[in-house]
Design a protein around this ligand. Structure first.
Ligand code: GLU
Length: 422
């Protein structure tokens, strides 16, 4: 496969575009459709005034990008982080379109972000930011318009505030306007674990395909938040040996395996930094991804594997938990090394899949058992994995480009059927 050229490797939008372009070219997508699918349908910039705890007024910049509503309402998380940029949110919104299409759920793609550091602000300030953000967007959101969810820096409580603010504006309780809500407010069983569980499911599938067994598989997981923590917990319970683990404070590595239940209690129960946990050699959160292992799960943030360091990845299977952990120019290096890659838009799609189940349950007003949620998730992840891997094999492209091709093809077919309203 030809190398992808980008101007600035660390610009996620360029990486997203480069993969889209390559897949569209291989699909022979006609020029008009290419342009239609490349650009977002709407980008909203908001200036959010919020009183700080000292009484002073601050203004936070935020965005909501609606990439596509071709296959259904916009869908995608809201990110609170000091590093948010419009280009990043634009890339993440497009990835949501492809992610929803690759797992074949009836949504388009969207993403939101607010430039703020949740660790620096009280609960009350975050609540005010969230409510004002939601109020400003209220006419664009809705169960049939655009359905947010948690992402980096936001959680179930944030989603409860979104649901309440939207409901107050439309004068009716509208649980289906947002997913990833608390269980007491129309949330779904299994949603909290869903991204981690989806990662486990695709890893199991990859192992079965490659003739390997969990017991003899060493795993490094970078990230110990909602995604990485549940991936670690569920993979540990499934018999994998977790040899490396990282959170924002640093990483630990032990060839013999780390005590995962104790690490979870340490970080998520006692709220202590992972780097102070014992049982392994300490290193940087970035360094751990180059340690010896069989499966690498980057589940933290973007741009971890680049053309400068892809050569040093020792894993033979890469399962992307974060969005955009690998830059476009690194793809060819991983291909050359023969790494079996499950790209983000497939690997971490368990989250949005159970978001879809939550939306369905809210609209039905009828809630499923956790085992039903997990069984349906298994069906979706298995089918999607098979669709992508089969496509990659028959079209002689890597798994990432195959995932994009499957997704773009589905969206383009829907677009052709709808036609262009003029
Ligand atoms: N933020 C998650 C993602 O990037 C979940 C999105 C959703 O559930 O809508 O996939």
């Amino acid at each position: 496969m030809s190398t992808i050229t980008v101007q600035n490797e660390l610009n996620v939008y360029e990486s997203a575009e480069a993969r889209f372009e390559m897949a569209a070219r291989k699909l022979g997508l006609e020029d008009g459709l290419y342009k239609y699918l490349k650009y977002p349908s709407k980008e909203i910039t908001l200036y959010i005034p919020a009183a700080l705890d000292n009484g002073k007024l601050e203004v936070f910049k935020g965005y909501r990008v609606l990439h596509s509503t071709i296959r259904g309402p916009g869908k995608g998380g809201i990110r609170f982080s000091p590093d948010v940029t419009l280009e990043e949110v634009r890339a993440l919104a497009a990835w949501m379109t492809w992610k929803c299409a690759v797992v074949n759920i009836p949504f388009g793609g969207a993403k939101g972000g607010v430039i703020c550091d949740p660790a620096e602000h009280s609960h009350a300030v975050i609540e005010r930011i969230t409510r004002r953000y939601t109020a400003e967007l209220s006419e664009w959101l809705g169960p049939e318009r655009d359905v947010p969810a948690p992402d980096m820096g936001t959680n179930e409580q944030t989603m409860a505030w979104v649901m309440d603010t939207y409901s107050m504006h439309v004068r009716q309780a509208t649980t289906a306007v947002v997913t990833g809500k608390p269980l007491d407010l129309g949330g779904s069983l299994g949603r909290r674990e869903a991204t981690g569980r989806g990662l486990l499911m695709v890893t199991n599938r990859a192992l079965a395909k490659l003739g390997r067994r969990p017991e003899s598989t060493r795993v490094v997981i970078q990230g110990f938040g909602n995604v990485g923590m549940f991936a670690a917990k569920l993979m540990h319970e499934a018999g994998y040996k977790i040899v490396g683990l990282a959170d924002i404070s640093g990483a630990l590595y032990n060839e013999k395996g780390l005590d995962i239940p104790a690490a979870i209690r340490w970080v998520h129960g006692d709220k202590k930094p992972l780097s102070d946990f014992s049982g392994g050699a300490r290193m940087s959160a970035h360094g751990v991804i180059f340690q010896p292992c069989d499966v690498l799960v980057p589940a933290a943030t973007e741009n971890q594997i680049t053309s400068d360091n892809a050569q040093d990845v020792q894993a033979s299977i890469l399962i992307e938990g974060a969005n955009g952990p690998t830059t476009a120019p690194a793809d060819a290096i991983l291909d050359e090394k023969g790494v079996f890659v499950i790209p983000d838009i497939l690997g971490n799609a368990g989250g949005v899949t159970v978001s879809y189940f939550e939306w369905v349950q809210d609209r039905q007003g009828f809630f499923w058992r956790e085992s039903e949620v997990n069984e349906r998730l298994q069906d979706v992840m298995d089918r999607s994995f098979d669709d992508v891997v089969r496509y990659a094999e028959s079209h002689k492209v890597n798994n990432r480009i195959a995932a994009y091709m499957v997704a773009i093809d589905r969206v383009a077919r829907a677009l052709k059927l709808r036609g262009i309203y003029a």
